[in-house]
Ligand binder design. Structure first.
Ligand SMILES: C[S@@+](CC[C@H](N)C(=O)[O-])C[C@H]1O[C@@H](n2cnc3c(N)ncnc32)[C@H](O)[C@@H]1O
Length: 173
């Protein structure tokens, strides 16, 4: 199942024009429908898309985007000027169908995929490289985790939706 772009996707996408420059190397991790990578390409970046879900990889390849199947950085061999990630960030919800869980559920607490990502991401950034993420008020301890991993960060935007607030962060070393 390919994640249908939603409020989180749009909030993150809206920031790309402020950070993507022509010729920049950009990785869109968890590309899903390709909404972020298509915008980065439109803005002139040299893009790579990756997703753990083969269906998403096949989908974006059809949109003429270079894409690989990868669990986070498992199959990524390069460094980037910008890494974009709209991760699965919600706590486990027993009633959620298995196929949509891959897009929405970050683990039991909700922050597990994000923690794994942040532990690895600094090794895939060029000098002065940046990370853009989106997550929810339901994702626990994000500021604490970022501080513990010695990242700098800045909130770029937020949006209140039904039972949660979404946040877009810029992160750098
Ligand atoms: C919330 S969706 C975001 C999709 C799209 N980027 C957007 O902004 O609408 C999360 C995406 O991350 C992918 N994903 C989940 N776990 C992953 C992992 N460990 N490594 C890579 N991609 C992952 C899912 O398959 C899904 O496509």
């Amino acid at each position: 199942m390919i994640y249908e772009p939603a409020e989180d996707s749009f909030l993150l996408k809206a920031q790309l024009k402020n950070f993507v420059k022509k010729g920049m190397k950009v990785l869109d991790l968890g590309t899903g429908s390709g909404i972020q990578v298509l915008e980065a390409k439109r803005l002139g970046a040299n893009v790579l898309a990756a997703d753990i879900n083969e269906e998403c990889v096949t989908h974006v390849k059809k949109l003429k985007i270079k894409a690989i199947q990868s669990d986070l950085f498992e199959n990524i061999k390069e460094k980037f000027d910008l890494i974009i990630f709209n991760p699965p960030y919600l706590p486990e919800e027993p009633l959620e169908p298995e196929d949509s869980k891959l897009s929405t559920t970050g683990g039991k607490k909700g922050n597990e995929v994000l923690i794994r990502f942040l532990k690895q991401a600094k090794n895939y950034l060029n000098e002065n490289g940046k990370i853009l993420i989106v997550f929810s008020s339901l994702t626990p301890d994000v500021n604490k985790i970022l501080k513990k991993l010695n990242y700098n960060f800045k909130k770029l935007d937020e949006e209140k939706i039904d039972f949660e607030t979404l946040y877009v962060y810029l992160i750098w070393i």
